[in-house]
Design a protein around this ligand. Structure first.
Ligand SMILES: Nc1ncnc2c1ncn2[C@@H]1O[C@H](COP(=O)(O)OP(=O)(O)OP(=O)(O)O)[C@@H](O)[C@H]1O
Length: 251
């Protein structure tokens, strides 16, 4: 097993001459929950889009478990074990909660539809779906229509559909965005729970969530790494305080 599941080397992205991400060297340690933070416009989303290959780097390299994925297609990256949740893994509103997880599981196996037609495999699929729903606390909502779920529960379902792909590295894009206090607490606990035996890289504005969950934090500012460390270290760093006070975001 690689010590670092994900590494970027001098990752740079320019948009028509504007450098949004500049020479970012990121090392995400296997088994860690790692956060990318920084004021608005710091380049967090761009880094996320680069490593999941929704954007192509202008220069630099991306390594997943030591393997160069700089030019690998997003779907192939998911197949390798790096899966992005939330903003991408949309759920189908008019399917039941269980059906959504089943679809994700079917997608994960990549099997033809016919494979699932046998009674044994269908039962197995249902059992696995229910197991995932149990993990995210949604088993009692399995038959509900997804559109009827409250917001926080929908996000929990998205987490279940991501877990269906059994990623070794899970990327969470602002998992608590738009949530009330109670849901933030619930999803934070959930992330901790599902982080067992996997690595998580998350962009998160809520610093109390970051402080509760993350082993390591990379702070970005104006497209570059400002500093890195654990929560205590980065929160005590005067440069970080200045970046947040100077930025438009007061997270
Ligand atoms: N497609 C694009 N074309 C041009 N500029 C872009 C593009 N995407 C991002 N940028 C610019 O790159 C910089 C970094 O943006 P990015 O969205 O990565 O920051 P962020 O840290 O995720 O910000 P936020 O916290 O507001 O989501 C910003 O100045 C943004 O305007």
């Amino acid at each position: 097993m690689s010590e670092h599941i994900l590494e970027t080397q001098n990752l740079t992205k320019e948009f028509k001459g504007f450098v949004a991400v500049s020479n970012v060297n990121l090392s995400v340690k296997t088994g860690h929950i790692h956060a990318l933070i920084g004021p608005n416009g710091a380049g967090k989303s761009t880094v996320f889009n680069l490593v999941t290959r929704f954007l192509t780097a202008t220069t630099g390299k991306i390594l997943f478990e030591g393997r160069d994925i700089t030019t690998t297609k997003p779907a192939d990256i998911a197949r390798l074990g790096m899966v992005r949740s939330f903003q991408i893994s949309a759920v189908f509103p008019h399917m039941s909660v269980r059906e959504n997880v089943r679809v994700a599981l079917q997608r994960a196996t990549g099997s033809a539809y016919h494979f699932w037609k046998s009674a044994t495999s269908l039962n197995e699929l249902n059992a696995r779906a229910d197991d995932l729903l149990e993990q995210v606390g949604l088993l009692s909502h399995a038959d509900a229509l997804t559109v009827e779920l409250p917001y926080g529960r929908k996000r929990a379902l998205e987490l279940a559909t991501t877990l269906a792909l059994d990623p070794r590295l899970m990327l969470l894009d602002e998992p608590t965005q738009g949530m009330g206090h109670e849901d933030v607490g619930r999803i934070t606990d959930l992330i901790r729970k599902v982080s067992a035996n996997r690595t998580i890289l998350m962009v998160e504005h809520n610093l109390s969530v970051v402080s509760r969950l993350c082993d390591r934090i990379t702070v970005l500012q104006r497209g570059a790494v400002l500093t890195e460390g654990n929560y205590e270290q980065v929160s005590a760093d005067p440069q970080v305080r200045a970046a947040y006070l100077g930025g438009s975001h007061a997270a």
